[in-house]
Ligand binder design. Structure first.
Ligand code: SUG
Length: 445
């Protein structure tokens, strides 16, 4: 039996734009209102998927969501034809309108939390879509994310799908961005590490003062219960509130783990020593490589600007690991020097590959934000909808699809164009046929 970590990357949607919607996310705020390129954003994402496929990884594709989200505008009282709904909202409530146009579902690390069958009580792979309550534009995603995941993992013998947690800040859940799994082998029970930003029911506990902590301890616990994880498989660790206040809005901006490696910044967590001892104890006899980056090597500011930790840490076919980093890391001399040195040290990390995902980076989404990891064995992989698995043919087909439907440029003002809704729906309707996911969008239901 073989075991794989499959990366399901979000396909960038046709409305990809920079609206400055994410308070606490430095890149989103600083690029607000600049002109985006949906076409190159989608192609940058596809190029990364294809490169990982060519490196021998099993790579999947996760469909974007329907935007502008007319159904939400109707729920908020805008009425008339679809074009009238859009025009009234754009005029009367431009902030709401921009939020319902966001292509933020591209960051599939926030689509769900996933626990592999090796960790769960019933042996199934469990999925819980993230409710993303902290940001209005992202809180629109979970229902459709759930539908898309069901269409991809559509076999209840192997896959269990849960409803997202209650839509309330007490249960704020950002999915896999705050969840890492360490294991000796993808098929063995691992340690699931849930990182949270604050306690929902105890305001005496540490919390950031400037920017929001999106994930709560109580939400992380609820996910572990739903997925049937044992206490011996689970560790809860709090993010350092001081780094959230410096722009670390998700833990995957400051730490990433894979198999027996935890790559993290020294300031990432609270109570690091005790919590890492707990991780090691629960991991077992084999030593975990805790690869710590000191502030003197790379500052938190450099980490936030370059996304050094929003990298993918992949196990290659020869058992060594490679880092998939954004080109921003290469362009920063301190981070580039750190990575050049890292691959010579005594850790499993041996290679660094740089990718241009600048269109996504300008909204605070690096290589790791763009993917949802699902560890699967052969039988489970065979039960996944095969049309969402990347290969040369799908790559060519999706590039043609992007060329046909996507705009080269999009400004925030262009979002008002009713034609964009038609373009987006036409594109997505065709995509559901390419990916064979059936009717998942409100306009199709
Ligand atoms: O939730 N940006 C996203 C970026 C998500 C990154 N994901 C992970 N770290 N896993 C967010 O803040 C910005 C949209 C805008 O401003 O137009 C945005 O939603």
């Amino acid at each position: 039996m073989h075991h794989y970590e499959v990366n399901f990357d979000g396909l960038v949607g046709p409305t990809h734009n920079y609206a400055g919607l994410s308070f606490g996310n430095v890149a989103s705020l600083s690029n607000a209102k600049s002109t985006s390129s949906p076409k190159s954003a989608a192609k940058q994402g596809l190029a990364k998927m294809k490169a990982l496929h060519d490196m021998g990884m099993v790579q999947g594709v996760l469909a974007p969501q329907e935007r502008p989200d007319v159904a939400t505008l109707r729920r908020l009282g805008f009425s008339g034809s679809d074009a009238e709904v859009l025009s009234k909202a754009a005029q009367q409530a431009p902030e709401i309108f921009q939020a319902v146009c966001s292509a933020s579902s591209m960051w599939t690390a926030n689509a769900a939390t996933v626990s592999p069958g090796a960790d769960t009580a019933d042996g199934k792979v469990h999925f819980t879509p993230a409710n993303l309550t902290n940001k209005f534009h992202r809180s629109l995603e979970p229902t459709t994310s759930g539908r898309i995941l069901q269409a991809m993992f559509n076999n209840n013998r192997y896959f269990a799908h849960h409803t997202h947690l209650p839509d309330n800040e007490h249960f704020g859940d950002e999915g896999a961005a705050n969840h890492t799994r360490l294991c000796s082998n993808y098929g063995h029970a691992g340690v699931e590490i849930f990182t949270f930003g604050r306690y929902a029911f105890d305001s005496s506990k540490p919390a950031p003062s400037k920017f929001p902590a999106r994930q709560t301890y109580e939400a992380s616990q609820a996910i572990a219960r739903l997925h049937g994880l044992s206490d011996e498989n689970t560790v809860y660790i709090q993010q350092n509130p001081a780094v959230i206040d410096q722009g670390v809005f998700h833990n995957d901006v400051i730490a990433v783990g894979n198999q027996n490696v935890m790559f993290y910044h020294e300031q990432a967590f609270l109570d690091t020593e005790a919590k890492f001892a707990e991780i090691q104890r629960k991991f077992g006899d084999e030593p975990v490589h805790f690869v710590e980056v000191k502030t003197s090597e790379v500052s938190v500011e450099d980490a936030v600007q370059t996304y050094l930790f929003n990298t993918q840490l992949l196990t290659m076919q020869d058992g060594t690991m490679a880092i998939i980093a954004p080109t921003e890391c290469q362009e920063n001399p301190r981070v580039a020097a750190y990575l050049a040195d890292l691959v010579t040290r005594n850790t499993p990390i041996r290679q660094v590959h740089y990718f241009d995902v600048k269109q996504s980076m300008r909204n605070g989404g690096g290589p790791a934000c763009l993917r949802l990891r699902v560890a699967l064995n052969d039988t489970e992989l065979a039960a996944v909808n095969p049309a969402v698995i990347m290969n040369d043919e799908l790559f060519a087909r999706l590039n043609q699809w992007v060329d046909k439907h996507y705009r080269d440029e999009l400004s925030v003002a262009d979002l008002r164009d009713p034609q964009l809704l038609m373009e987006s729906r036409t594109a997505l309707d065709e995509l559901t046929q390419i990916l064979k996911i059936g009717s998942v969008y409100p306009f199709q239901l």
